[in-house]
Design a protein around this ligand. Structure first.
Ligand SMILES: Nc1ncnc2c1ncn2[C@@H]1O[C@H](COP(=O)(O)OP(=O)(O)OP(=O)(O)O)[C@@H](O)[C@H]1O
Length: 232
């Protein structure tokens, strides 16, 4: 369970997140929508302690993130927009192994996790390929695999479809659907609700740092244009 309580985040005079409270239940798939600058990225960066609250709390499985950053990062995986900037290994396998290696796991356990994570994104057997040689969609899937190798309970994806063509988008969506069916909670930040809409259990629409709408996809649908979000 991810819980956000009265979260405020400021950058200087800009209040990027302005008193947000939100729960993400285990296994839930939540879409976070909102116009540019509405605070989506800032909000989700708090979920594993990449940012510190100016006010309020973020709890992962009941523990404040800042009390146990290691546990929060093991429990909440993050996949960012433009994963190209975030790869740490030259090959697919090395990149996906990096996180588990840093957990101090045995070589066998690391290898098992890498294999499982690559299989989950349908890149099994491609561990020796160079990340730089892959397509954008394949790189996105490597980034997802790197997060999955940590066996997170929650996976947060910030604009995972940016720059992907339709087949790559479908491929990533298929992976997300499979993860969701296996019980991983998903938080997907996106301003493009097409396709991903049918995966969602609930939708959060942000406006000016606040949660403007929160409900099931059916409940929020009619309100989306009013908060600057194009309906799916
Ligand atoms: N590093 C930063 N320094 C200063 N201001 C920032 C920083 N990051 C974000 N902001 C400001 O905080 C507000 C929220 O930004 P944020 O990136 O969280 O919104 P977003 O909804 O994710 O936007 P987008 O859809 O454009 O990615 C905006 O006004 C933005 O200009």
């Amino acid at each position: 369970m991810l819980s956000v309580r009265n979260l405020v985040h400021r950058y200087g005079d800009t209040v990027a997140v302005d008193g947000v409270s939100l729960d993400v239940a285990d296994g839930e798939c939540v879409l976070v929508a909102g116009a540019n600058g509405s605070g989506k990225t800032t909000l989700v960066r708090h979920f594993n302690g990449l940012l510190e609250p100016d006010e309020g709390d973020v709890l992962v499985n009941g523990t404040p993130v800042e009390d146990d950053l290691v546990a929060a990062r093991a429990s909440v995986g993050m996949v960012f927009q433009n994963p190209r900037d975030g790869f740490v290994g030259a090959t697919v396998g090395a990149d996906v192994a990096f996180g588990p290696e840093n957990l101090g796991l045995s070589r066998d356990e690391v290898d098992a996790r890498v294999e499982e994570a690559l299989d989950a994104v349908e890149l099994g057997g491609r561990g020796d390929e160079r990340v730089a040689d892959l397509s954008g969609g394949e790189q996105e899937r490597v980034a997802i695999a790197a997060a999955l190798a940590m066996r997170p309970d929650h996976l947060v994806l910030d604009e995972p479809f940016t720059g992907l063509d339709w087949p790559a988008r479908q491929s990533v969506l298929d992976r997300l659907r499979a993860l969701s069916e296996r019980g991983t909670s998903l938080v997907v930040v996106t301003h493009d609700l097409r396709d991903v809409w049918e995966l969602a259990d609930s939708v959060v629409a942000m406006r000016d740092g606040e949660v403007a709408l929160r409900g099931t996809p059916d409940e929020v649908l009619d309100g989306l244009p009013g908060v600057g979000v194009r309906p799916p």
